[in-house]
Design a protein. Structure first.
Length: 83
């Protein structure tokens, strides 16, 4: 999985990671957090530059992803999806 393209941003206490190889363009993250997530030209989730949202919405967006393509870390500990 080291070849996976991962997009990483720190927002508040969370480090948000989008693993694009897991994305299936379900767009559930966008439905919950349209100010942070979008689909790019390849229909893969990515974060909007300068985009943000409430931490609860970011977590809900990650939890809504059917493939676990959005990972949430607090410090070095992964809090979503569970290991």
């Amino acid at each position: 999985m080291s070849d996976d393209k991962k997009l990483v941003r720190t927002i508040g206490k969370y480090k948000v990671v989008v693993v694009q190889s897991k994305c299936i363009a379900a767009a559930s993250c966008i439905a919950i957090s349209p100010t942070l997530f979008k689909l790019n030209e390849q229909n893969l989730a990515e974060m909007i530059e300068e985009g943000s949202d409430e931490l609860d919405n970011i977590m809900l967006a990650a939890q809504s992803c059917p493939t676990g393509a959005i990972e949430i870390y607090e410090g070095e500990a992964r809090v979503w999806p569970p290991l």
